[in-house]
Ligand binder design. Structure first.
Ligand code: PMP
Length: 396
């Protein structure tokens, strides 16, 4: 049978991570592959309490349809928190709740992208953002990055030469997925200047910003923007739990109206119960205490990962030392191929994601991403020691 699929399906293929994650379902695998929060930190008792309270106090509302924008007390809570952090002036009207920030990415594609449009992104960038935007048949132009973020001279050259086709600049300035790097203040300011000069929207995707273990918090890119070029995406996935699938888009009111239009077509609204349980949890508990617990655990795991990599990896191997988030990025010597390293590791029940998947236009076969949030310290030691041995064996 030959179905007449949409042309966009020609560009879509199963993500390499999903295939690898299938292997990691085996119980004895030490996985550095996924981007999962530590499950033992999920606030299950608190969620039970919040769910019961919602059902007892407001059950009918919680089980009914609600607005596309989302439950207003939760939107109000989010805008207050952002304003306090960034000295901004957003209100509930600047926020629409989404099913994870992943839906924010998909809806961004729906709002902005026509076939052949260009999305500028960091090189490397978040794999599932590539998939989300690709479904709208766009092209990607990667902008080289260093320790401080995108190299802005390169960004400006591309803006200058392709401005007619460029619709979006997509960035993850805090503890980036996959590299763990954080943009410097200066690059943030200059990025906003360039977007303003060339009149291009910036998507600031920030699911990890709250997970800072050390160093100073930097202003969001959105808080540096006076004109409304920046759209930020946030999420409860990494600070609460991903299972509820609640995130948000924050932008100027006129942009939020566009997002509401496309969300209506996608799913009408987010899960009402999930929105209300999160709002109740935030009313009953101090999420900052919970976030601090998460940071303490992840810091320990990151420290372990870095120490083992310093001890066990050959000196030619470079890796990032993130100040927060979930990921570190490893660059093997150029002649090595991370997929071949992975094949050897899988035989030893160790998994990670080869880095080439994070480059929309491929290449960079010598790179890989390591997640350090999911595995306990002992497993991190064992797994990275084993990875170090595989790298050493393959280096000779
Ligand atoms: N953006 C980035 C950069 C991510 O790493 C992730 C999750 N891994 C998401 C968005 C999506 O997260 P969620 O939909 O759970 O909010």
């Amino acid at each position: 049978m030959t179905y007449k699929f949409a042309s966009r399906m020609n560009h879509l293929k199963a993500s390499e991570i999903r295939e690898i994650l299938k292997v990691t379902e085996k119980p004895d695998v030490i996985s550095f592959a996924g981007g999962l929060p530590a499950p033992e930190l999920f606030p299950i008792e608190a969620i039970k309490e919040a769910s019961n309270r919602v059902l007892e106090e407001d059950g009918i509302k919680a089980l009914q349809y609600t607005t596309t924008e989302g439950y207003s007390p939760l939107r109000k809570w989010i805008s207050n928190r952002m304003n306090k952090k960034w000295q901004t002036n957003f209100g509930a009207d600047n926020i629409m709740l989404t099913h994870g920030s992943q839906q924010g990415l998909d809806l961004t594609g729906k709002v902005f992208l026509d076939k052949g449009d260009i999305v500028l992104c960091e090189s490397p960038t978040y794999l599932a953002a590539i998939s989300a935007f690709k479904a709208y048949e766009c092209q990607f132009m990667e902008v080289a990055t260093d320790e401080e973020g995108m190299i802005l001279e390169d960004l400006e050259k591309v803006l200058e030469s392709h401005i007619d086709k460029i619709k979006l600049i997509y960035v993850i300035p805090d503890f980036q997925n996959p590299t763990g790097r954080t943009w410097s203040l200066n690059r943030r300011k200059e990025l906003v200047k360039l977007a303003t000069k060339y009149e291009v929207a910036i998507i600031e995707d920030n699911p990890y910003g709250e997970l800072r273990f050390e160093g100073e918090m930097l202003p969001s890119v959105q808080s540096l923007d006076k004109e409304g070029w920046v759209i930020s995406l946030g999420s409860f996935s990494k600070v609460f739990c991903p299972g509820y699938r609640i995130g948000w888009v924050m932008a100027s009111k006129s942009l939020i109206e566009k997002y509401v239009l496309v969300k209506q077509g996608a799913d009408l609204q987010c899960n009402t119960m999930a929105q209300m349980v999160i709002a109740k949890y935030l009313e009953l508990y101090d999420i900052d205490v919970h976030i601090q617990n998460i940071c303490d655990v992840y810091k320990d795991r990151r420290n372990t990962a870095i120490k083992v990599m310093e001890q066990e990896f050959p000196t030619e191997v470079k890796f990032t030392r993130p100040q927060g988030g979930l990921f570190a990025w490893v660059e093997l010597p150029e002649f090595m191929n991370a997929k071949e390293v992975l094949e050897k590791c899988i035989e030893k029940n160790i998994a990670f994601v080869p880095g080439s998947s994070f480059f929309p236009n491929g290449g960079n076969e010598n790179t890989l991403r390591l997640n350090f949030s999911t595995m306990p310290v002992e497993k991190i030691k064992e797994g990275l020691k084993c990875l170090g041995n595989v790298i050493k064996e393959m280096s000779v």
